[in-house]
Design a protein around this ligand. Sequence first.
Ligand code: CA
Length: 368
Amino acid sequence: MERRDFLKKAAVGAAAGTALTGCGSDASESGVPNVQARPTVRWRLASSFSRSLDTIYGVAEVMAERLRALTDDKFQIRTYPGGELVPALEVLESVQKGTVQIGHSASYYYIGKNPALAFDTTVPFGLTARQYNAWVYHGGGMDLLRPMFSDFNIINFPGGNTGMQMGGWFREPIDGLADLRGVRMRIPGQGGRVMDALGVTVQQIASSEIYPALERGTIDAVEWVGPYDDEKLGFHKIAQNYYYPGWWEPGPALTFYVNQDAWDALPVGYQQALEVACHEASALMLASYDAKNPAALSRLVAEGISLRPFSTDIMQAARTAATDLLAADADNDQYRTLYDAYEQWRISSYRWFSLAERSYAAFAYDNV
Ligand code: CA
């Protein structure tokens, strides 16, 4: 739904909630109305990510801190990194079961449960961060995503975006499509399925496990996010060929999952505060990446890494495989509805962004 409509409905809901619960203000002895009694609520948040990543893990801490401030310290969320409370790649089911009240993860980790979950994160050659935000907030995207998460007893909120990603670290140079065959690579989501179609042996590994796998030699290549995170995870110490662009993740979104029963039990004011905190943290995360990546890239280049673009034959084969794969999954109604809406939004956005944005970038970026 439109953001304005959502806020209007939320305001109506807030009024109704107060009336229903009957826990509104009462008069103190002085005759001055007391503020509504506010319970202390303590939740646990399971993240899929490593504590060292102040960007993609830190967004949950930023959200929790703001939420606490907005509720006068009454609504407290303690955040746990991937693997500490529940397995890093089982956050969705942990929220679904109520093991934790809230989680932070990337929905494309769970496409085995429902391939349509990819549209909540990103798909190869899909929307950029700005185009995705436009779709979710003003293009009807949220109205389509909410029922999908409802099937998991979850209500979803935006949980950040990394922006355009890099294509990852390869031990050996990949000069063309033929060189991809047999490469063992950590890459999740639909991007992994496309790489599989191109002959890559694909693995899905949580952030904390990637470096050891690369060091042991059980994988030859890894993609994570971009210069700032990747530098922290240390991949350049083992694989020096840094490819771009990450065509499988042009604007991957993260998501906060809230258990529906836990959500329903919240006072309406806390629901509002939680939603606001999620939106703020989400916007700040993208800005954090955009602020930190340039300096990190400079440091990595100074250490002698090799920046390499994917060859044209790889880009073209990947796009063909992605187009076929995404269309082939459209055999259930929920996927088909999301796929059609996403694709329509993508084409329309590309037409607009290919004009002023592209012509400006092509000229200005090439003259730095
Ligand atoms: Ca990635």
